[in-house]
Design a protein around this ligand. Structure first.
Ligand code: 5AD
Ligand code: SF4
Length: 440
């Protein structure tokens, strides 16, 4: 029997790419591949790329350049580029970097096995279609192997919002929701294999409208169906758009015990002029009122956000409006970025903010967000929270897990094992994590 072929996947970017990488590994698993942790002993290397910010394509080309030596030593090594850079650059990748054998866009992963066969025969293969068939159904079912207590599950892909800075509507295409029964089957299968917490993924997850037995389901209705799955203890979802935060979803945050008190709700900016230029179709005020309603339903909910500073035409006063909004919201965690022009998007053509000014604004915003994050983390001390244990800690007897609010928590001399959900009293707050004690 020949040794299995080895597959090395490097994943960049969002959680959806993490999920997609798992599915690609499974698809190629059916072709006799096992995953390896280094490129050095791989028979196939796949870069699952992200195109959202910064010189994404350039980074991919320089990473590919590093495989030259390996490919020279091992002519049978196949190299592929997947993900959003693959979608955006297409055939250009093979032109610029001839050592690439295979380019596959995010909607075509189910075609990887045939693509691999062609690549083995020495063909260059490219597939950046948006095919009619459902890639998730075509992909091999997950093997029944046991897995860790948390998992991602993609329920929706693509985006119709066309924010003026964003490539997602171009690289991931139009919004598509998966049918509810397939999601439920996948969720039950994950639970059978040890999963206790599922994070529902979608670029615009709260716009979910997948087919159900009697018409389309909203995200809240899908969550209530998942709530019935025995053994599933926690449900999360990401990422949401403020305009799709429907009443039933807000209500579910107050009434569904399995739905965790954490919401990633990007606002991007605090100035209405900039929000309008970003094509966000909400205002700072409407965002704040929305959060009031969410907090009325679930007062302790932890809010997370995304911000862009230095968007074209952003003045100091506009930036100040972002700081004011942040002061008012109090974010438990946040991601903030300097605006990066993405070719093909409307904002890329506009007058850009002075780069030094943008860097300065980013630093000021991040200082504020870091302070808020720390204050909220510190306010957990003395509270009782649920913790799902995910792995052993650095010290003997210590276990690490995540709280309901997604804070990292470690417990010393912990009698619980991976996958256990326990009540924990928080005793201290460190740089990036909390320490807790089990409540018997
Ligand atoms: N420049 C900077 N940040 C961006 N994001 C999306 N596109 C850009 C861009 N062109 C950020 C947004 C989004 C997050 C995933 O990435 O804040 O919510
Ligand atoms: Fe991009 Fe999100 Fe805007 Fe869609 S809603 S265009 S994914 S930033």
């Amino acid at each position: 029997m020949s040794a299995p072929k080895k597959l090395f996947i490097k994943t960049y970017g969002c959680q959806m790419n993490v999920y997609d990488s798992e599915r690609m590994a499974e698809a190629l698993g059916g072709e006799g591949y096992v995953e390896t942790k280094t490129a050095d002993d791989a028979d196939m290397i796949l870069l699952n790329t992200c195109h959202i910010r910064e010189k994404a394509a350039e980074k991919v080309y320089s990473e590919l350049g590093r495989f030259k030596g390996l490919k020279a030593e091992k002519p049978d090594l196949k190299i592929g580029v997947a993900g959003c850079v693959a979608q955006a650059e297409g055939a250009e990748i093979m032109r610029r970097q001839p050592l690439v054998d295979l380019v596959v866009g995010p909607q075509s992963y189910h075609r990887l096995p045939e693509m691999e066969t062609k690549a083995r025969k020495g063909e260059k293969v490219l597939d950046t279609d948006f095919p009619e068939e459902d890639k998730f159904e075509q992909l091999k079912r997950r093997p029944k192997a046991k897995r860790g207590p948390t998992a991602f599950l993609t329920v929706q892909e693509g985006c119709d919002k066309f924010c003026a800075f964003c490539v997602v509507p171009y690289t991931r295409g139009a919004e598509v929701s998966r049918p509810a029964d397939r999601i439920l089957t996948e969720a039950r299968d994950l639970v059978e294999r040890g999963v206790r917490e599922i994070t529902l993924l979608g670029q615009n997850v709260n716009a979910y409208h997948g087919a159900g037995p009697t018409g389309d389901l909203t995200l809240a209705q899908l969550i209530w169906e998942l709530d019935k799955v025995d053994g599933l203890e926690r449900i999360r979802f990401t990422t949401s758009h403020p305009n799709d935060m429907m009443d039933d979803l807000i209500e579910a945050h107050g009434t569904c015990k399995k739905l965790m008190p954490y919401l990633h709700l990007p606002v991007q900016a605090g100035s209405d002029k900039i929000l309008k230029r970003m094509n966000r179709s909400h205002t700072a005020e409407s965002y704040l009122r929305l959060l009031e309603r969410i907090r009325a339903a679930r007062p302790d909910i932890l809010i997370s956000g995304d911000f862009i500073v230095g968007f074209p035409e952003e003045s100091e006063a506009d930036f100040q409006a972002t700081l004011d909004l942040v002061e008012e919201v109090k974010y438990g965690t946040a991601y903030s970025f300097k605006y990066s022009p993405r070719p093909g998007t409307p904002a890329a053509e506009r007058t850009q903010v002075d780069p030094a000014e943008a860097v300065d604004r980013l630093q000021r915003l991040q200082a504020l967000l870091t302070r808020q994050q720390r204050e909220i983390q510190d306010s957990m001390v003395g509270r009782e929270v649920g913790v799902l244990f995910e792995k052993p800690g650095r010290f003997a007897g210590q276990m690490l897990g995540k709280s309901d609010y997604l804070h990292a928590v470690h417990v010393a001399d912990c009698s619980r094992k991976i996958g256990d959900l326990a009540r924990v009293r928080i005793v201290s707050s460190g740089t990036n994590s909390l320490a807790g004690e089990l409540i018997e």
